[in-house]
Unconditional design. Structure first.
Length: 381
């Protein structure tokens, strides 16, 4: 049995409360875990790339740290990533989580999946961890350092990246855009980090706006938002400026779709759901197995969530709308690494991700590997 329940009663546990939101098919029930089930069946034996996949799926390596891809050397410690449409093809961007020489590299793919080019879109920044894609097709790259910044990057390589300082100076982890309420949600990788939303003065322009922090007295139920008085946080950290702010045990990835922002916290191995339509906070996953070491998260329009592990069993786990939690894939032979940057191609036929430190597992990420998985992903529309 699960040590803790996966879903608490409240806004995300009842199907009626999810009208118009991501998990419209959810029912009020405990989630089930499975290492043999799920919509695709269990991962099989590792393939030639060391990736264990369900039947019908294949993998290939698209980049390795230190090797040339297009016009660029692939960066160390690949981390958060996202995909963008590009004519008849698409682009995958990836952060570099190294000190001082971090940044972002983009890979351009053709309609057949062939690599056309690769190039830098951000350089000289610090520990670029996760981030988020905007509806206007830019990439928000987040610095995971004290007083870190958010950089808005052009994945097409035409415009220089720009810092968006109004979004706060703190240990940024990930970002997720909510076009319905015209806000950007932000996680903070601190043991007592907060969950924020940024309200730009003009949607589509992140140069100015209001930074707010989620406030609540319990783990589930109704929440409020309060303005952060000093987002620059020179003398007092943003997370300590509002007494009523709720603190989370190490914010990691976040993903928004259909009225719900899902985010993960590594300190307690939880997946949370903020029901933006009803302004309620719920716990989606709260267990030890099969998903352990929650980190980056992405999802599909059909409601499936894909959660990458930092350590654990080096898996990407799938959480379905009917609350089944099951491994989707596993990278074998990388015991000191973590899985980062899961992102789907625009048509949903390919999933990209990285093993940040690769088989060697060195802290500098000099053996990073970036993969593509293709196959019959379900329910894309």
């Amino acid at each position: 049995m699960l040590r803790r329940t996966l879903v608490r009663t409240g806004g995300l546990a009842v199907g009626a409360a999810l009208s118009g939101s991501l998990w419209q098919e959810a029912a009020a029930a405990r989630a089930t875990r499975s290492r043999a089930g799920g919509p695709y069946g269990p991962p099989g034996a590792p393939d030639a790339n060391g990736v264990a996949l369900p039947a019908g799926f294949t993998s290939r390596i698209v980049a390795r740290t230190g090797l040339r891809v297009g016009r660029a050397l692939w960066h160390p410690a690949p981390d958060g990533g996202a995909c963008f449409p590009d004519g008849d093809g698409w682009i995958y961007v990836s952060n570099s989580e190294i000190p001082l020489l971090g940044g972002v590299t983009a890979i351009r793919f053709g309609a057949d999946g062939a690599i056309r080019d690769a190039y830098r879109v951000l350089s000289g920044t610090n520990l670029n961890c996760a981030g988020g894609r905007t509806p206007w097709n830019t990439w928000l790259s987040c610095e995971e350092i004290l007083r870190g910044r958010v950089f808005e990057c052009d994945p097409y390589g035409s415009r220089p990246a720009m810092p968006r300082l109004a979004m706060g100076r703190f240990k940024h982890e990930a970002a997720a855009c909510d076009p319905d309420r015209q806000v950007v949600y932000l996680t903070e990788d601190e043991p007592d980090g907060c969950f924020y939303r940024f309200r730009p003065a003009h949607w589509g322009d992140l140069t100015s706006g209001l930074l707010e922090v989620l406030c609540a007295s319990s783990d589930t139920g109704a929440v409020t938002w309060q303005r952060v008085p000093n987002p620059a946080a020179l003398l007092e950290a943003t997370r300590h400026q509002v007494a009523a702010a709720k603190h989370f045990a190490g914010g990691e990835g976040c993903h928004y779709s259909g009225g719900v922002c899902f985010f993960t916290t590594k300190g307690d191995n939880r997946v949370w759901g903020y029901d933006a339509e009803n302004e309620r906070l719920e716990i989606v996953y709260d267990a030890d197995t099969p998903l352990n070491g929650v980190d980056n998260i992405t999802g599909t329009p059909g409601g499936d969530l894909y959660v990458a592990e930092d350590g654990g069993d080096m898996e990407i786990n799938l959480i379905t709308p009917d609350r089944t939690v099951t491994p989707f894939l596993q990278v074998v032979g990388h015991p000191k690494s973590e899985i980062t940057g899961p992102a789907f191609s625009p048509d949903g036929s390919r999933l990209y991700f990285s093993s940040q430190r690769g088989a060697r597992g060195d802290i500098g990420g000099t053996d990073g590997v970036t993969y593509e998985v293709a196959g019959p992903f379900r329910r894309w529309t």
